[in-house]
Design a protein around this ligand. Sequence first.
Ligand SMILES: C[S@@+](CC[C@H](N)C(=O)[O-])C[C@H]1O[C@@H](n2cnc3c(N)ncnc32)[C@H](O)[C@@H]1O
Length: 174
Amino acid sequence: MAGQRSRREWGWHPLTDEFARRVVADARVRPGELVLDLGAGTGALTRPLVDAGARVLAVELHSGRARRLRERFADDDVRVLEIDLADLRLPRRPFRVVASPPYGITTALVRALTVRGSALRRADLVVQRQAARRLAERYARTPRWSVTAWRPLPRRAFRPPPRVDSCLLTVRRG
Ligand SMILES: C[S@@+](CC[C@H](N)C(=O)[O-])C[C@H]1O[C@@H](n2cnc3c(N)ncnc32)[C@H](O)[C@@H]1O
């Protein structure tokens, strides 16, 4: 049951505000863009996305974090969905993703975002560096998408610091 999952299973390594701002700046979000924050936690990335003028769809399964998101962004253009990412129906209109999702679902998430017919314009994901390299190699053979593992993120970008190395993975249309 979701409520009985351990801290490790919940993948709770929030970004610090400083690094969350850097990730959003690197993503070059424009005002009015629809941006999905997948595994939004308590809003480390949501905050700078709102500040950049994005319309945000924040998805978070943990009920306490989802409640905190609703309270924190009650006056902003933020819709909070308290659901499992596995059950998310992607928007039909063009959308972007800027997210630090649970590392365990990175591959499935990228696959879901890049299915044929997806309206994804660009995804900027904080992921484990090894997974990023694997995905970049795999997608090198797919002309429809360009997948780049780039900016490394130090472990101090997260609180608590994870045991693995992380980087930004950017998915764009090829
Ligand atoms: C690595 S944390 C990142 C939190 C936030 N984005 C940040 O950067 O501080 C991942 C988040 O995903 C949430 N999460 C884990 N599994 C999920 C799932 N299956 N569906 C939706 N959210 C999930 C966790 O509760 C956690 O808040």
